[in-house]
Design a protein around this ligand. Structure first.
Ligand SMILES: [Zn+2]
Length: 178
C-alpha cells in the first residue's frame, strides 16, 4: 500500500531535517488499515544505538495495542531492516515486512543475510524494493549533502592552518640558535 510507505517517507524526511540518516517506519493494523505505530531514525540525537525507525514504530505499536504481540500487523520501512530490527520484528510477531531501499551493508532481510529464512520460531513475509526509487533517493541525497558538508569543513579549516604555519615560519616561536 503506497500510502503507508508515503507516510514512512514523510517520517524519513523529518529525520533528514534533524540531521539523521533518513529512515522512517510505520506499523499498520491490516484488519482496520489503521497506523498504530510510527518511528524515524533518532540515533544521533537520542545518542542511542537502539533508536532505529523500526524499533520506535514497534515500541509505539505495542503501547497502542497494549501487548508485545502485534498480530495482523505489517511494517512498512524505507530501508531494509538491520539484524536488530529483524529481531524485533520476529519478537513482535509482525506478519509482513515491506521495505523500500536495499541495504547491502547491514540489511538482514535479504542483502547481507536472510534472517527470516533461518529456523526461528516465527517468520514474516518479506517484500523488498517497494517504492525503492523514492526511498533510495532520499538516502543518496542525504549522504551526498553530508559529503559536501565535510568537504566544505575541510576547505574552511585550511586557511587557519596556513596562518599558523606562516606564523611559525617568521620564527617568532623558534628558539634562538645556540
Ligand atoms: Zn535497525
Amino acid at each position: 500500500m503506497e500510502r503507508y510507505m508515503k507516510r514512512a517517507l514523510e517520517l524519513a524526511r523529518i529525520a533528514y531535517d534533524e540531521g539523521e540518516v533518513p529512515v522512517g517506519a510505520v506499523v499498520v493494523r491490516k484488519d482496520t488499515g489503521e497506523i498504530v505505530g510510527e518511528g524515524r531514525n533518532m540515533r544521533e540525537n537520542a545518542k542511542n544505538a537502539l533508536a532505529h525507525a523500526e524499533i520506535m514504530a514497534i515500541d509505539m505499536a505495542c503501547r497502542t495495542l497494549g501487548g508485545w504481540r502485534l498480530p495482523r500487523c505489517a511494517i512498512y520501512v524505507t530501508l531494509e531492516p538491520c539484524p536488530m530490527c529483524c529481531g524485533a520484528i520476529i519478537n513482535s510477531r509482525i506478519d509482513d515486512v515491506i521495505f523500500g531501499a536495499f541495504d547491502f551493508k547491514s540489511g538482514s532481510a535479504v542483502s547481507v543475510q536472510r534472517m527470516f529464512e533461518l529456523p526461528y520460531n516465527y517468520s514474516p513475509t518479506v517484500t523488498g524494493g517497494f517504492m525503492e526509487d523514492e526511498c533510495a533517493l532520499l538516502l543518496s541525497e542525504f549522504f551526498r549533502e553530508l559529503r559536501e558538508k565535510k568537504r566544505m569543513l575541510k576547505q574552511s579549516a585550511t586557511p587557519e592552518l596556513k596562518i599558523s604555519e606562516n606564523f611559525f615560519e617568521k620564527g617568532i616561536d623558534k628558539p634562538e640558535k645556540l
